[in-house]
Design a protein around this ligand. Structure first.
Ligand code: PEP
Length: 246
């Protein structure tokens, strides 16, 4: 099933989250042929869990720590997230990689921990502008995926991947659907190489300046299995239109 996910980043307080979900649920009611996921900040998860009760909309987190518990000030464990109804975690978002210095080894530990806990990770990968201009897009994507899945290659079917070119995130300058399609097809081929038993259950989402006007053209591409939407997911009306774009 296709997956349309909203990454709210550091936006919306708990009370704004309640209002959002109250407005959003009627707009997506009856949609059963695609999965819809909201990823609010940690502080809104509790309120969101309550507000989403009885709906098909899933709850995700934007980050996690890989240890079960302990002296990790400011971090949040997967058990804590599970208790709040979280079934997906975004791992390795470019803002985590480049603003907070998350290396591939840390991303690998987080993905591994998610798999142990039965939470589906959404691994984000993407090239920077200078890498694209140097013709390194496929090499960068391959390296990020191989390192993220190091030692857990047999579990490729238990993760989703978001292809998010760094230069397209929050820039108003999305990749073209055709260029994204090429990268998505490459990622799927790579997964089959990494895991000879790969069954193709990994969804490859596109993210980067998706809006109501371009969402449909991304979803029309053969290997684009969903969308990871940042800015345009902050308004319930707008996000519901993206959910319904195909
Ligand atoms: C994101 O944060 O994952 C993202 C794709 O952001 P935006 O849609 O705002 O470009």
């Amino acid at each position: 099933m296709k997956l349309i996910a909203g990454n709210w980043k550091m936006n919306l307080t708990p009370s704004q989250t309640s209002e959002y979900i109250k407005a959003f649920l009627p707009l997506v009611e009856g949609i059963e042929d695609r999965e819809v996921l909201l990823c609010p900040p940690f502080t809104s998860l509790c309120v969101a869990q309550e507000a989403l009760k009885g709906s098909r909309v899933k709850l995700g987190a934007q980050n996690c720590h890989y240890e079960e518990k302990g002296a990790f000030t400011g971090e949040v464990s997967l058990d804590m997230l599970k208790e709040l109804g979280v079934s997906y975690v975004i791992v390795g978002h470019s803002e985590r990689r480049w603003l907070f210095g998350e290396p591939d080894e840390l991303i690998n530990k987080k993905i591994t921990a998610c798999l142990h806990k039965g939470i589906r990770p959404i691994l984000c990968v993407g090239e920077k502008l200078e890498e694209r201009e140097a013709g390194l897009t496929f090499k960068v994507i391959e390296t990020q995926i191989r390192l993220a899945l190091s030692g857990i290659e047999e579990y490729t079917d238990k993760i989703d991947i978001a292809y998010e070119p760094v230069w397209a995130i929050g820039s108003g300058n999305p990749a073209s659907p055709e260029d994204a399609q090429l990268v998505h097809a490459f990622i799927k081929e790579l997964l089959s190489q990494i895991n000879p038993r790969h069954e193709g259950k990994t969804r490859v989402l596109y993210g980067g300046s998706v809006n109501t006007s371009n969402a449909g053209s991304f979803m029309a591409m053969r290997d684009i299995d969903g969308l990871l939407v940042g800015g345009a997911s902050l308004n319930p009306e707008t996000f519901s239109q993206i959910v319904k774009c195909f």
